[in-house]
Design a protein around this ligand. Structure first.
Ligand code: BJW
Length: 230
């Protein structure tokens, strides 16, 4: 079996009812990106940013994994360590589908980060009006997510996985945000075959050997079946 790296974006969770960012009705609607997804925005108006993420954390209780998440969990059963799932998503739908080793490069909704000591803590409820960090006892908490201008998580692990994979598959991402948008070129430079599964051609579609367009809930189970039965 090949070594596979899968990159997922907001499109894989769209059929579960989680809004994407850049489609019509996307998450930026009603908000300027600088106001809710930058450290400067948080510094200027922490209440607005907490409300934005508290609402999204609360909405997790209303959504379920879809067939695309389930197919990737099934693929992990087959490939074990030979599958690396990297997600830009901060929802927990991969884990709830059964995936156990997901690299959340843009952080997680159900995690809080101490602004003073950098401690990360599991977090379920609202963060607005949260008590100080339980670790240092003083720091205020912020959403444990990666905003523009911040360094994504797990970059060393991701770069190693991209350098060693035979197949790179990008699912449901617009290819508008770096460094994730550059993964296809990096994997390809190391000799991997590259496949895009997306509703429509992404900004990076020309970098892929092959692109298939349609709903992730249909394309991903079909691709996984093809891979495990070949
Ligand atoms: C479906 C579907 C269905 C819909 N089925 N498909 C100029 C040039 C190049 C780079 C830069 C630049 N200026 C600044 C930068 C860097 C900057 C950047 O990329 N800016 C761009 C605007 C150009 N990047 C950064 O700052 C990053 N950090 C960084 O670079 O640090 C330096 C460094 C890197 C590495 C090592 C060392 C140092 C940080 C980026 C952080 C992004 N954060 C966000 C918010 C996270 C928290 C949150 O969720 O609120 O991450 S922004 C937002 O965009 C979120 C997403 O993860 C990310 C990507 O969005 P995604 O997933 O692609 O969603 P959409 O909506 O864009 O696309 C959905 C797709 O699905 C569409 O194509 C649909 O068609 C499709 N789809 N339904 C299949 N049913």
């Amino acid at each position: 079996m090949p070594k596979v790296v899968v990159l997922t974006g907001a499109g894989i969770s769209a059929e579960s009812g989680v809004p994407t960012f850049r489609d019509a009705d996307g998450l930026w609607e009603g908000h300027r990106v600088e106001d809710v997804a930058t450290p400067e925005g948080f510094h200027t108006d922490p209440q607005l940013v907490h409300q934005f993420y508290d609402a999204r954390r609360g909405a997790l209780a209303t959504v379920e994994p879809n067939p695309a998440h389930l197919a990737l969990a099934e693929l992990e059963q087959r490939l074990g360590d030979d599958l690396t799932v990297v997600t830009q998503n901060i929802d927990d739908l991969h884990e709830r589908a059964g995936s156990s080793r997901v690299l959340h490069m843009h952080g997680e909704l159900r995690s809080a980060l101490c602004l003073r000591c950098g401690h990360r803590i599991r977090w379920e409820g609202p963060m607005l009006d949260a008590p100080p960090c339980e670790w240092c006892g003083e720091g205020r908490l912020r959403p444990d997510v990666v905003w523009f201008g911040e360094v994504p998580y797990y970059m060393d692990d991701i770069i190693d996985a991209l350098a060693g994979c035979d197949l790179f598959v990008s699912i449901g991402t617009s290819g508008a945000v770096y460094p994730a948008a550059g993964f296809v070129a990096r994997a390809r430079a190391h000799g991997a075959r590259t496949l895009e599964l997306n509703l429509a051609p992404s900004e990076g579609t020309g970098f892929f050997h092959e692109s298939r367009h349609g709903l992730a809930g249909l394309l991903v189970p079909s691709w996984v079946a093809e891979l495990v039965h070949r």
